[in-house]
Design a protein around this ligand. Structure first.
Ligand code: BJW
Ligand code: ZN
Length: 250
């Protein structure tokens, strides 16, 4: 069912839910001024030096030109350091206090959920403010922007490091995905927020949840591949729609 607002029926479903899982994508950060990857909702598509995201954020480019990959991420870090969470991020941080279990799964690497106060965030595609050593695999905070040295070096062994993000053609962190998949299988309400739902395996999570009997609520200004199977699609912006689930905040 496609809706243009949060109805009383939806609020009842929300209030009666026991186990809630949420998958977010780039759209939730759009109202903070972060461009999405594939556009939608009137937001700009990310382009950089005329190259496409599948080329820039790829395992292949990491293997052939790691300095360029760092430049691309350095450019994005420069943009992200001045953005703040929006009402959508803050609403989800409130939801976390209300449900147990509550699982927040994000494809975003921008750290804005944590900045909004969410305590437990499953970052499927990593975190742009972390680096991973190419030799010893240590993961460490790398918040310096712009980078002083390209590539940054490992704080443990001194070898070159890479951004701790999951590029196209790379595997997701196994334990993180397992926890997300478990939550999708066990929840009774699953929200899909601000994602075009075309990148796998993340896009498979709402499908698993549906197969296990969960209700699916999508929040997106546009219809997506998930809309056909969602029980409800609310056509709207995350920052406007999500706070409305908490009656006293509407
Ligand atoms: C709003 C809004 C507002 C706007 N409010 N909403 C099956 C078939 C074919 C291919 C594959 C397959 N399974 C796997 C693959 C390969 C590939 C894949 O899925 N490709 C597809 C494109 C077809 N997957 C992978 O490579 C993954 N790895 C993998 O599967 O490993 C196994 C393997 C190993 C070796 C070879 C092959 C497979 C890894 C994928 C990692 C993706 N990483 C990226 C980059 C991260 C680093 C970086 O940031 O640079 O993650 S890609 C990019 O897309 C980024 C995002 O997290 C991800 C998802 O995008 P998202 O969040 O959905 O954003 P958009 O822009 O697409 O959508 C925004 C939405 O917001 C829109 O709908 C708007 O309408 C909406 N919106 N304003 C609410 N205010
Ligand atoms: Zn190291």
């Amino acid at each position: 069912m496609v809706l243009d607002r949060v109805t009383d029926e939806l609020i009842s479903i929300f209030e009666d839910a026991m186990r809630v899982a949420v998958l977010t994508g780039a759209g939730i950060s759009a109202e903070s001024g972060v461009p999405t990857f594939r556009g939608g909702g009137g937001t700009d598509v990310w382009t950089w030096r005329g190259k496409h995201i599948t080329e820039l954020s790829s395992a292949e480019l990491m293997a052939t030109d790691p300095a360029l990959v760092w430049e691309w991420f350095d450019y994005r870090r420069g943009m992200l350091k001045s953005v703040a969470p929006n009402a959508g991020h803050y609403a989800l941080a409130d939801w976390e206090k209300r449900f147990s279990p509550f699982t927040l799964i994000t494809q975003n690497i921008d750290d804005l959920h944590r900045a909004a106060g969410s305590q437990n965030v499953l970052e499927l595609h990593g975190n742009i403010w972390k680096a991973r050593c190419l030799r010893c695999a240590s993961v460490f905070d790398a918040r310096e922007s712009p980078l002083e040295k390209n590539p940054p070096t490992c704080m443990v062994c001194g070898a070159a490091a890479r951004p701790d993000v999951v590029l196209f053609g790379e595997l997701l962190p196994e334990t993180v995905f397992e926890r997300a998949d478990k939550a999708a299988h066990q929840c009774d309400l699953f929200f899909v927020i601000g994602t075009s739902a075309v990148v796998y395996p993340a896009a498979g999570l709402p499908i698993s949840a549906k197969q296990c009997g969960a209700k699916i609520i999508e929040v997106n200004p546009e219809l997506t591949d998930i809309s056909m199977m969602a029980d409800y699609t609310i056509l709207g912006k995350a920052g406007e729609v999500l706070p409305r689930f908490l009656r006293n905040r509407a």
